[in-house]
Write a protein that binds this ligand. Structure first.
Ligand SMILES: Nc1nc2c(c(=O)[nH]1)N[C@H]1C(S)=C(S)[C@@H](COP(=O)(O)O)O[C@H]1N2
Ligand SMILES: [Mo]
Length: 221
């Protein structure tokens, strides 16, 4: 038996993705800047919205959901869903870029901007990184500046409706300027750290930062 916080054993998809990292698949060797072209190098546009996960979909109701914010912060937080949505709400529209090469334009998100969250928890001076923990045992790490991007948010709704469980509901992170694996679904807790701590994909061959414009797909790129 694994505890709820252990990631599940490899699935067909996670095995393929580990192999793609070893083979450095999909790399074009081109880079560009966000202002120059909307679609990052090596990406193609999709109109549907694929689902990527570790082979399981946690079933968490809004009633049971809690957000735990801890570590190097002046004010640790432990919010239930109505405390979370009681904060000022942000609406952002952004593009998704998945490292497996699909991109999806114009996603409408509603939730709490990460800047508002930072205002509430007040990271201490030594805080330089965040590690996101999810209900499926997934983790992913971000530099504090990336987490604090202007259009990053903890989203509970997409296209005006509650975020579906398969896409990470009740609440997921959305960090539009990085590959979508940084956008943790089924968010459970946010840990503020002085030292970086690589997450699930970052220890399985994927880049520590994941900028799609620089094609930072794999570690060692
Ligand atoms: N908790 C959790 N978050 C996750 C993942 C996951 O497996 N578990 N997969 C990541 C990857 S690789 C991608 S591309 C996106 C997929 O989000 P979607 O299924 O809503 O398209 O979620 C990211 N966040
Ligand atoms: Mo992904």
């Amino acid at each position: 038996m694994s505890t709820p916080d252990d990631p599940p054993a490899d699935s067909k998809l996670t095995r393929s993705k580990r192999r793609w990292a070893q083979e450095a698949r999909f790399l074009t060797g081109r880079t560009s800047r966000p202002g120059e072209q909307r679609l990052p190098p090596g990406q193609h546009l999709t109109r549907d919205w694929p689902t990527l996960d570790l082979g399981l979909t946690p079933d968490i109701s809004r009633e049971r959901w809690r957000l735990d914010v801890y570590g190097a912060v002046e004010q640790p937080l432990f919010w239930n869903f109505s405390q979370f949505t009681g904060r000022p709400q942000a609406n952002f529209t952004s593009d998704i870029h998945c490292v497996t090469t699909w991109s999806r334009y114009d996603n409408q998100w509603e939730g709490l901007s990460t800047r508002d969250l930072l205002g509430a928890c007040r990271p201490r001076d030594e805080a330089r990184f965040v590690l996101l923990h999810s209900h499926d045992g997934y983790t992913t790490n971000l530099a504090l500046e990336d987490f604090a991007a202007e259009d990053a948010l903890l989203a509970h709704s997409w296209s005006g409706a509650p975020l579906e469980a398969e896409h990470g509901g009740p609440v997921r992170l959305v960090v539009p300027h990085l590959y979508f694996w940084k956008s943790a679904k089924w968010l459970q807790s946010i840990e503020f750290l002085a030292e970086d701590a690589p997450g699930y994909w970052e220890v399985r061959g994927y880049h520590n930062r994941g900028d799609p414009w620089l094609e930072q797909r794999y570690s060692g790129d």
